[in-house]
Design a binder for this molecule. Structure first.
Ligand code: ADP
Length: 171
């Protein structure tokens, strides 16, 4: 049985993430979406519990996909759950360098774990959780980019997003 770990911060989960998870679920017996508790240098909008709840609700239809939080090195978490594959998504060329470095480091730390990259769906090439939050803060329509539960959660945090964007006109 091949278990794949799809790690990330998922703050919040988007249709781009879900597209990768759905495709990974067809390739591997079991996919664990690992939600990294406290990514360095990231301004998180949602707590790890909120990110877990949002992501879990969005993948209930994928029977071999589970969501779990973690706060250790990604390769250590992969070992803990018996995963031999780490899945990551690649958008345009901007993701490549960072992902390449991380994959090489993970290989050094844990040679028996393979990194597998899935090209982002053309529809979601431009989509990132951070850009999404900026667009929401500026009142843009993101309905086609996130599952309904995430749309609601983002709306309920609108005031926090506006606070972080001082030039955003108040409605
Ligand atoms: P991280 O902080 O680890 O980059 P993210 O939640 O931003 O966590 O992303 C998790 C993974 O999902 C990364 O491999 C990222 O490249 C991928 N990803 C993010 N957005 C998309 C998207 N729109 N399409 C495909 N993959 C994506």
């Amino acid at each position: 049985m091949t278990i794949a770990l799809y790690p990330g911060s998922f703050d919040p989960v988007t249709n781009g993430h879900l597209d990768v998870a759905t495709r990974a679920a067809k390739l591997f017996d079991k996919v664990i979406i690992g939600i990294f508790d406290k990514p360095a240098a990231k301004h998180l909008l949602f707590s790890v519990e909120e990110r877990m709840t949002l992501c879990s609700a969005a993948v209930t239809h994928l029977l071999n996909v589970r969501v779990e939080p973690y706060s250790v090195l990604t390769v250590d978490f992969a070992r803990q759950i018996g995963a031999h594959v780490i899945v990551r998504g690649l958008r345009a060329s901007s993701d490549f360098e960072g992902e390449f470095e991380m994959a090489l480091m993970n290989k050094k730390l844990c040679p028996d774990i393979e990194s597998v990259f899935m090209m982002a769906n053309l529809r979601y090439q431009f989509l990132s959780s951070s850009l999404l939050k900026e667009v929401v803060a500026l009142g843009g329509d993101i309905e086609s980019l996130v599952p309904p539960n995430v749309l609601e959660a983002l709306k309920s945090k609108m005031h926090l997003l506006e606070d972080k964007a001082p030039n955003v006109p108040r409605r």
